[in-house]
Every structure is written in C-alpha cells, then in structure tokens.
Design a binder for this molecule. Structure first.
Ligand SMILES: Cc1cc2nc3c(=O)[nH]c(=O)nc-3n(C[C@H](O)[C@H](O)[C@H](O)COP(=O)(O)OP(=O)(O)OC[C@H]3O[C@@H](n4cnc5c(N)ncnc54)[C@H](O)[C@@H]3O)c2cc1C
Length: 294
C-alpha cells in the first residue's frame, strides 16, 4: 500500500482519480485504520487529507463558520466562537471517542464513514450545515442531510472529497443541542442520537425547528413531522410530548445486543424531547443575554 500526503486540493484530486488505482482519502484514520486492520478495506493508495490547507482550520466570519473537513474534534472543542454559536454541533463532535480519538477524528470522516450512528451527523443536519465537495468534475455544495445514503454508502462521486462544512451565524433566539444514549458508561456506539435546533421569538413562539435522529434507521434522518410539532407554538409540555411521539414514530431501528427495537424507538422520542428542551433553553438564554446587553 502506498501513502501520499498532498499539499493542495488539485494534487489530492489528481491522486484520487488516477485510472486503475484503488485510492482512498484519509483524515484522522480512526475509522479507516480499523477497517484496514480487519481487512474490510484494502486500498492501494492512502491519500492523507490533513496537510491540505482548505481542509484544515476553522474560519469564524461575520456571515458564518467554515469548518475544514479534516479538523479534529479537539480543535472544534477549543473554538469558542463556534461553541458559543452552535453548542449542539460542538457537543456532538466532542462526544466522538476518547481524548486520543478526539486528537484525530474529523467531521468529514465521521460523515463519510456513513455509519447510521455517527454522532456529529444529526447535530449537523439539525443545524442546517452544508458541505462543500470537490472532485474531478468541480465543486458543489450539498446539505449534510443528503450525503449518507445507507450504512457505508455516500452520495460522493468517484474521487470526490468533502472540503468543509458551512454553518450560518445563528439568528437571535437560536439554540441547538445534541443528546445520545449509549448502553454503558465507557466509549460505545450510540443506540440513539438526537439533534435539534430551534429559533424562537422573544415571546417564546417557535419560528423554526429542525430535528434529526441517528442510529434508528439505515442512515441519519431529518424528522420534519417532529419539528412541526413545535412550529408556531410556545413549546409547552404538550407540544414537546407531540414532538417526542412523532420522533418515535419516525424511528425504524434495528434490534441488536445494544438495544431492542422497542427500546430504541422509545428512546428516540425521549432524547428528541430532551434535546429540544435544551435547545429551547439555550435559545431563551440568548434572548436574555441580548436584553441584558442592550
Ligand atoms: C475507539 C473509537 C471510538 C469511537 N467513538 C465514536 C463515537 O463515540 N461516535 C462516533 O460517531 N464515532 C466514533 N468512532 C468512529 C470515528 O472515530 C469517527 O467516525 C471519526 O469522526 C472518523 O473521522 P476520521 O477523520 O478519523 O475519519 P477516517 O478514518 O480518516 O475516514 C473515515 C472514512 O471517511 C472517508 N473520508 C475521510 N475524510 C473524508 C473527506 N474529507 N472527504 C471524503 N471522504 C473522507 C475515508 O475515506 C473513510 O472511508 C470511534 C472510533 C474509535 C476507533
């Protein structure tokens, strides 16, 4: 197996698109190296993405955030403006693995590994993140919602890679949160993950809501029916119960040693509700901070 560490996007795409070479991009390697060890993948060429400037670093601009696809969870956790703006996305990224894994694991790898249980994906979908893809045919922007097609399968074309993730500057009254359930207190795979983002008016009325679930279907799913339970209402306990029931109804999980289908289905509702409550609390805190500063 060959290893290459390109310094530019053009060089990386050139290496990945060589005819007759089974080449694979690698960011942190925390999924890929395990797959090489087990023999699940046997690429001829590993193309390391971590030295390409466009895939590294986080830009915090007045319009929004650009998170390089190869940026590690640890770097994301240290970015205070991002944590302040999108705490749900940051808490999801920080849940990935251990301290060692955090030093390597990237959002791009978490998404492109295409596990239904990937932690950052429901949070990114809930936040409305869009990713920039680049490949031999050029550049395109795709919502995170549309990348994963099923376990291990993505919508990326041949030799196409994710360059970065874009998030807007949150509007007033926005809050997001991510909650997951793992069956033990050590590192484990989520049996349910729930990401929610909301935008509420100062009066408390819910103006926008997005709900996404992980680990309860063949791919992370956006559950618009659950989000609709809060829309145009002051989210009281009846509205939140409705959101929970609709999240459970949308779940179509597997039955395995980590949790039964019935249990996962119920937990999907419980976690969607808890994530919504946390997102609403954060949205309320933003309004409170704003009125204090004015
Ligand atoms: C001990 C351990 C604990 C873990 N815990 C968790 C956890 O709690 N939650 C969780 O969600 N995951 C967990 N994982 C899985 C893994 O750490 C994450 O999925 C991580 O985010 C993968 O990122 P990476 O940069 O290491 O990806 P890599 O291993 O480098 O790549 C993963 C896949 O994505 C492709 N890829 C990578 N970057 C790009 C890109 N920019 N464009 C196109 N394709 C790309 C690669 O070709 C590969 O197929 C754990 C793994 C281990 C080993």
């Amino acid at each position: 197996m060959e290893y290459a560490s390109p310094r530019s996007l053009d060089e990386a795409i050139g290496l990945l698109s060589q005819a007759g070479v089974d080449a694979r991009p690698m960011a942190g390697g925390t999924d890929l190296l395990v797959q090489l060890r087990t023999g699940a993948r046997r690429p001829e060429l590993l193309v390391d993405l971590k030295q390409i400037p466009g895939l590294c670093g986080i830009d915090c601009g007045s319009q929004g955030f650009r998170i390089g696809a190869a940026v590690s969870g640890a770097e994301i956790g240290e970015c205070l403006p991002l944590r302040e703006a999108w705490p749900g996305v940051v808490e999801a990224a920080e849940l990935i693995g251990s301290t060692q894994i955090q030093g390597r694991a990237s959002l791009g790898g978490n998404l492109c590994n295409a596990s239904p249980a990937a932690d950052s994906v429901p949070a990114l979908i809930a936040a409305g993140a869009v990713c920039t893809l680049i490949g031999p045919a050029g550049r395109r922007e795709v919502p995170v919602d549309d990348i994963v097609r099923g376990p291990g399968e993505t919508a990326l074309g041949e030799a196409e890679i994710i360059v970065d993730f874009r998030l807007p500057r949150p509007q007033d009254g926005t809050g997001d949160a991510y909650q997951r359930m793992i069956p033990r207190t050590e590192m484990d795979i989520a049996i349910v993950g729930a990401g929610v983002s909301v935008r509420v008016a100062e009066s408390g009325e819910c103006l926008a809501c997005r709900v996404a679930l992980g680990a309860v279907a063949a791919r992370p799913i956006r559950v618009d029916e659950a989000a609709a339970a809060l829309m145009g209402r002051r989210p009281d306990s009846e509205a939140l119960e409705e959101l929970a029931a609709r999240a459970s109804a949308a779940a179509d999980p597997i039955d395995d040693k980590r949790g039964t289908r019935a249990y996962r289905t119920r937990v999907a509702g419980v976690l969607a509700r808890r994530a919504a409550e946390e997102a609403l609390r954060r949205a309320g805190d933003r309004w409170a901070a704003r009125s204090q500063s004015s």
